[in-house]
Design a protein around this ligand. Sequence first.
Ligand code: OKP
Ligand code: ZN
Length: 365
Amino acid sequence: RQINEMKVIYSEKHCLHNPPKEFELGRFVPYKECTGRVDSILSSLRARNLGEIVAPNDYGLGPIAAVHSKEFIAYLQNAYEEWVKVGGNPEGVFPDVSAVRDFANLRKWKQNPPQRNFPYSRDGGPLGRPGYYCFDMTGVIAEGTFQAAYEAAQVALTGAELLIEEKAHGIFALCRPPGHHAQRDLCGGYCFFNNAAIAVRHLIHVLKVGRVAIIDIDYHHGNGTQEIFYENSNPLYVSLHGALDYPFYWGAEDEVGENEGAGFNVNVPLKMGTQDKEYIEALQTIIDTRVKEYNPQIVVVSLGVDTYANDPIGGFFLTTPAYIQIGRALSSLRCPTLFVMEGGYAVEEIGDNVTNVLQGFENYI
Ligand code: OKP
Ligand code: ZN
């Protein structure tokens, strides 16, 4: 078997999402989730001839609406136009307000909804709505954001379909914008639609896969994926991430899932400064215990490489060769795997780091 047979799903429509700025530490700075990230990844994939690069199919809004609320989808579709119409900055939508619906503990809020209407709720208009549907200042909705986010979801869905249809052992869905921070009706953290969650739901409910495990190796906790599946025993969600870092109010070990989902959400927070050896040991350990016990039929990897030492926002110190070991650890499950691109902001090195994971996986499977 040749090593260069991992299909890559890619659409150039990611370029439609290109906000110039984000707000960080009280200043406007260049948007770090930039189009150049994908250029770097594509050029490494091509240089190493990882596999055929194919365009996504279009599965429509149905599979997206199975994960996100229809009000939220309509919001993403219309927010930019409405914002500009009332005089908002044409560089993108930034919330003036925050609807504070207990972001830190949405589960409790759902069980015991407050007996009042929020001052800035779904009815808050073009200036109020961003405060209801966006949890930070990096989920910037610019002119083409909806189209790009829609396309990223189609990229992930195509990956899921091809993984099953072609009985592939690995597929890479080169999604941009990323998705793992996007909750059912909240965007933020550079994420709009939760690409991995949409693909996973499709795998379980449409393609009838019995058990799916999500392994989220992005530096940040995937609060969106956790929230979407918190009450489900399928998928299993496992996240390794920087402890007490962004998104701050999620990702503790005691967040284990609820109801039918109790025991199927596994958070592994790792201390800032984590290096190759500790990281790979932690990953291999959780794979050999929780993931193997779950015995998944399909694995979906939320693939972020912002664990890299020179990443501008991650707090770990992984080196480029470590990503080969990460790929190898993931291959040890011997399970068909869909890789869904998430974060990684060291534009120069993101391509080699991502390709190392994929080649590490390919070489050992
Ligand atoms: C998205 B993904 C750090 C600010 C963090 C947002 C980070 C979103 C990460 N100074 N801003 O998980 O890679
Ligand atoms: Zn991240």
